[in-house]
Design a binder for this molecule. Sequence first.
Ligand SMILES: Nc1ncnc2c1ncn2[C@@H]1O[C@H](COP(=O)(O)OP(=O)(O)OP(=O)(O)O)[C@@H](O)[C@H]1O
Ligand SMILES: [Mg+2]
Length: 478
Amino acid sequence: MKLDYLLSKELARRMILVHPPEPRKEMLISPPSEGVYIGKTRFLRTPVFWNPTKLINPHVAIMGITGSGKSYLVKTFLTRASLIWNSNAIIIDWVGEYEKWVKQAGGRVINLAKERLNILDLVGLPKTSRIKQIVSALDILADLKSYPNERDEIEEALEQIYENYDGKKTLKEVAELLESRNKKKAARLLRRFTTEGTDFFSGTTTMDIKKLTTSGLVCIDLHELPTEEMRSLAGLTILQYIKELMRLEGMKKDNSKVRLFVVLDEAWKIAQDERSDVITIVREGRKYNFSLVIATQNPTDMHKTIFSNIGTVFVLRLVLKEFRDYVRNSIGYSEFIDDEISRFGVGDAAINMIFAQRQAKVMTFLMDKIDGEEPLFTYTIKGGEMDVEIEREQFVRMLYELGLNESQLSIVKTEFEKKDGTLDGEALVAVLEKFGYSRSSIISFLRQLGIDEKNLIRVFSLLKMRKATKGVVNLVLR
Ligand SMILES: Nc1ncnc2c1ncn2[C@@H]1O[C@H](COP(=O)(O)OP(=O)(O)OP(=O)(O)O)[C@@H](O)[C@H]1O
Ligand SMILES: [Mg+2]
């Protein structure tokens, strides 16, 4: 009797110690026709469904280092959402990583470098509002606020151009007008968006954004635009249009399905600025059933307003302490979870969901591997006391970028395959050294893989030890 009692007490104590709490089951589980399945919680193996009716708003943020699985999650998520709600999605693709998938999924890819977008288009707005928007985009991109005189001059020129606007005039005419008025500096500020090769925004618009918001899956590929500035202007302009469309369409009472997902992957510049429409969409999107999905490698890029207004946050692997602290301060979770985040493998996630219904405090929970649609081939690198898991293709790409040639790549691959996809950090360093890489370039490569300083030291001291005791790193290099 006493033993029984002790045991059950001990057991109860352990149950608490064994795992941190997870949200109540009924918050996480939904019928498959009402929520997007994501995966199972780590400890209680509760299936997790993303259900907008249970959440405070339909916005999603995803953060994690390169290769941690952000885009994979976006793809899995959108695929399932479109099956359930037949929802539309516009992906604003900074780096051009969605093209293949969108095509495979039967969606449309629009290469913006081959299109024109007349930034003067009114898209149903009164002229004064559109002028404000254009000036605000230029505030962000050309730092117009620092040139108050030129800012006024540009605004005046825009007003004049709009006076008898035929829908054909472009930013080019605005720059010419300024030129003719001898406002050289103001004209120069605009020229960077109007000269040949950078005139994507000063031609007749070739794409119908309104139609694109109701065309299923659409990827607007920005990566061929020549500069970061161009990509940002495109991103901002498209968001401005989407925001207007959203407001025009009016509010929706029923929030059980999302009408449009607006996806921003790596949109650092436009997510940082308070004036950007990313923020408006976050603030107002819920009323219109518009959902913002924003992914980034660097959470500090995300403006605080965005962070504090997002119902679902996925934190994938984050290594840098500074980034982890920023996230932890914004959404708040235990040190245990913070520590786990630094050691996540590909696809592992800490998820923070703010439910519409009042809940006890537990909002962040762990998930082993987002349950996606593609097979995963991963490699594990044993780096000191930590294991770094990385997807094979990603790793090969990184080695390629490091400068390895085909035969060197296949040597590395063979080393991994010999041990079922696992290799000691020291062994990896030894191979790279034999290929002629310097200590410092190897160190920065290991850092890129996510091995932290403490373990870097371990890897190198292990290597030294093995060299001293001779030949344990016995790689055959042909
Ligand atoms: N949950 C998962 N299950 C299976 N495979 C995954 C998972 N997450 C990611 N992967 C695989 O890992 C690789 C890297 O993922 P992904 O491209 O999504 O990374 P990312 O975080 O978007 O990186 P980047 O910041 O460089 O764009 C992909 O090849 C993907 O197929
Ligand atoms: Mg990605």
